[in-house]
Design a protein around this ligand. Structure first.
Ligand code: IPM
Ligand code: MG
Length: 388
């Protein structure tokens, strides 16, 4: 039948692309050593919606903390405009070519949220800019910490970031009007590299438990492979106890007050990681409070875990947006490029402003503080602590 032929041809093409990706992955070199660079280029990409508003507050803090380094040339900031939904729609691409070229001149990127078109939008159905950037820059690990000290919660999620349901998320096949098929991808190296990073993180940060999350009882081939490879990797870390959970029961256990504090480091395929990290962030005060690191060997990108909230901007509430997610992302950026002391200074100031002192509170509307005022509050808190 013609429809089978055409679907098979599309499938062949997808398999070829994935095999080529495996070749590239296997050939990729070691992680960048930031110390050895003359200049670390930090790209600042505001995105759209509330993105530029919340990114700006982080940029001020980063420039303050890295003032000496910027002066000496060890660090350079590079503003990258153009990752807006209007530009992306005009180019008909998730990331316009010229923007991608600019991104590739950076070592690390602080990226504000970008609008992801969805069905029924006025926008063309282009791929999400986050997803495209993760693929283009091979940012394979999405590291998302969630902490609620008063509840004993201290979780670090290692979400696989380039494979799973996302690898071919915009390349599914409508075989006929009645049959649609999507694909999920697991590769050996793609799983090994995320598992390695998670176990190394556990080892280097005094964590003694790693949990592997799948739905391998149903999604037997790809999740089964993911689980096998993570279990195999666990053997190299005898000091760390490893367990595995299915995603449904994990979602339940995260709201079990007695059990949830036992989780430490979790490894998840892409889609489960996406869903669970939103749930997890809710315990900490919502997605507006959570930052995320997208780490690859050559590039790394740091962002909020939430979207661009176009409705807030339409309703004139953009100035009340919560900048904390981007500030948490900035903490991760500083620590990733080796400035762990500066990262700790910013993190402490954020903890004070968000959880301890709470002189200003963000509500997302005019009942709460403005984004810029909260930014000043964090800056003052940090400066004050540095003087004392
Ligand atoms: C995230 C977001 C993205 C994702 C969206 C915006 C495509 O939800 O970073 O978690 O699904 O990965
Ligand atoms: Mg998400």
């Amino acid at each position: 039948m013609e429809c089978i032929k055409s679907a098979t041809a599309k499938f062949n093409q997808l398999v070829e692309e994935q095999l080529a990706r495996i070749e590239r992955m296997n050939g990729s070199k070691d992680f960048v050593d930031y110390k050895s660079l003359d200049t670390i280029v930090i790209g600042i990409c505001g995105g759209d919606g509330i993105g530029p508003i919340i990114t700006d507050e982080s940029l001020k803090l980063l420039r303050f903390l890295l003032a000496d380094e910027e002066r000496s040339g060890k660090v350079a900031f590079k503003t990258i405009d153009g990752l807006t939904i209007e530009n992306r729609a005009k180019a008909g691409k998730a990331i316009p070519d010229d923007v991608l070229e600019e991104l590739k001149t950076c070592h690390v990127i602080l990226k504000g949220p970008t609008t992801t078109p969805r069905q029924g939008d006025p926008w063309p159905n282009i791929e999400s800019a986050n997803v495209a950037m993760r693929k283009e820059l091979d940012l394979f690990a999405n590291v998302r910490p969630v902490k609620v000290p008063s509840e004993g919660i201290d979780w670090t999620f290692f979400r696989e970031n380039t494979e799973g349901a996302y690898a071919l998320g915009s390349k599914g096949v409508n075989v006929t009007d009645d049959l649609a098929i999507d694909f999920t991808v697991t590769t050996t190296e793609g799983t090994r590299r995320i598992a390695r990073l998670a176990f190394e993180y556990a080892k280097n940060n005094g964590k003694d438990r790693v949990s592997i999350i799948t739905k391998a009882n149903v999604i037997k081939t790809t999740d089964g492979k993911f689980l096998d490879i993570c279990n195999e990797m666990a053997k190299e870390y005898p000091g760390i106890s490893t367990d595995d959970w299915y995603i449904d029961i994990l979602a339940a256990k995260l709201i079990d007050q007695k059990r949830r504090r036992d989780f430490q480091v979790l490894i998840l395929p892409n889609l489960y990681g996406d869903i669970i990290t939103d749930e997890a962030a809710e315990f900490q005060g919502g997605v507006g409070t959570a930052g995320s690191a997208n780490i690859g060997k050559r590039y790394a990108m740091f962002e909020a875990i939430h979207g661009s909230a176009p409705r807030m901007v339409e309703e004139g509430r953009g100035i009340y947006a919560d900048p904390c997610s981007m500030m948490r992302a900035s903490v991760m950026l500083l620590s990733h490029i080796g400035y762990t002391d500066k990262a700790a200074q910013l993190e402490k100031a954020l903890d004070i402003c968000m959880y301890e002192e709470k002189r200003l509170v963000i509500t997302g509307r005019d009942t709460g503080a403005k984004c810029a005022d909260f930014g000043d509050y964090v800056m003052e808190t940090m400066q004050c602590r540095m003087q004392n």
